[in-house]
Design a binder for this molecule. Structure first.
Ligand code: ATP
Length: 303
């Protein structure tokens, strides 16, 4: 299981300020994840359930999952569904169990560095919990009996996933008993919820579905771009607004967060190019006119 391509369990550095235009998603997902951690006694006996983020590519599903982990101070394990599918008998099922085991053990490992500025007054996170993020979860749980693998392989994979989601795991798994109390928050993401086996959406499994879509209005685009450029220092006469105006001339009217990220990096590259051009221009003029420079250090090394 050590060869699994699991990104190691660390606390991601994505914050809500980095995400634009998803305020209602933020509220819903934080309530779903944080309240049971903060007030476990209220939620005793209630079923733990997973959260399914769905929507087109590049709309912030991964980003949201990371921000939740960051703001709750929880270790984050992320895996792409297809990476768990092995080629020999039983390999995929073993991989799924191993991923849940890894998430349970991350939950039970004390966090060494307290997080500054996280939720709950900057606490060190909630011990005993972790976030397990499955990207492209449709590849692990396609509708059963309809997978094109006549041998039932995928049916067994889906069954294993369901059993882990139900908190059991069908046997095996040394140390599972000790880590039973680990609280693994499972977040799935998919572009194709229609392909999922319906049993995955039953209560106690992924019963909270949140849709993330592309931005369809200029205001929505601007919120995203503002978040993405919040660390930029714009030149005079330039702002996220003007960058967006310019981009909208060539982009389609509907933009995903990933499209807007390309707009932001384009603006950054143009800005950097102007700075470099200015430095070179300055160096040239200093070379031409040695001794009358304005004290610019950057010109020193340029011949
Ligand atoms: P996929 O379905 O392809 O996995 P995704 O929905 O998980 O996509 P992300 O990986 O979260 O998309 O987002 C891709 C990139 O788009 C992010 O790294 C970020 O730069 C940008 N992005 C997407 N949505 C937003 C948003 N709401 N605010 C700021 N940036 C965003």
């Amino acid at each position: 299981s050590s060869t699994l391509p699991l990104s190691t369990s660390s606390i991601p550095n994505v914050r809500w300020e980095d995400i634009g235009g998803l305020e209602s998603i933020r509220k819903e997902i934080m309530d779903a994840v944080e309240l049971p951690l903060k007030y476990p006694h209220f939620f005793e006996g209630s079923r733990r359930s997973g959260i399914l983020l769905f929507g087109p590519p590049g709309t912030g599903k991964t980003l949201v999952a990371k921000a939740v982990a960051r703001e709750c101070g929880l270790p984050f394990l992320s895996i792409k569904g297809p990476e768990l599918l092995g080629s020999y008998v039983g390999e995929s099922e073993a991989n799924i169990r191993a991923v849940f085991d890894a998430a349970r053990s991350a939950a039970m490992t004390p966090l060494s560095t307290p997080l500054k500025g996280g939720m709950s007054g900057g606490s060190a996170g909630y011990s005993g919990a972790s976030i397990l993020f499955f990207d492209e979860i449709d590849s692990l749980a396609p509708r059963r009996g309809n997978t094109g693998h006549g041998d039932g392989v995928m049916d067994r994979v889906v069954a294993t996933l369901l059993s882990e989601l139900d908190g059991g795991g069908g046997g095996g798994g040394q140390g599972k008993r000790e880590s039973r109390s680990a609280h693994v928050v499972v977040i799935g993401a998919t572009n194709r919820p229609d392909l999922l086996d319906p049993s995955l959406l039953r209560p106690g499994r992924f019963d909270r579905l949140l849709y993330l879509g592309p931005a369809k209005t200029k205001e929505h685009c601007l919120k995203i771009l503002l978040a993405q450029t919040r660390k930029f220092r714009f030149e005079e006469g330039c702002s996220a607004d003007t960058v967006l105006e310019r981009a909208m001339e060539s982009f389609p009217p509907t933009l995903s967060g990933a499209d807007l990220s390309a707009v932001a990096s384009g603006a950054l590259m143009r800005g950097l190019k102007r700075v470099c051009d200015r430095i070179e221009e300055e160096a040239r003029s200093i070379n031409l006119d040695k001794g009358v420079d304005d004290g610019s250090e950057m010109a020193v090394d340029i011949d």
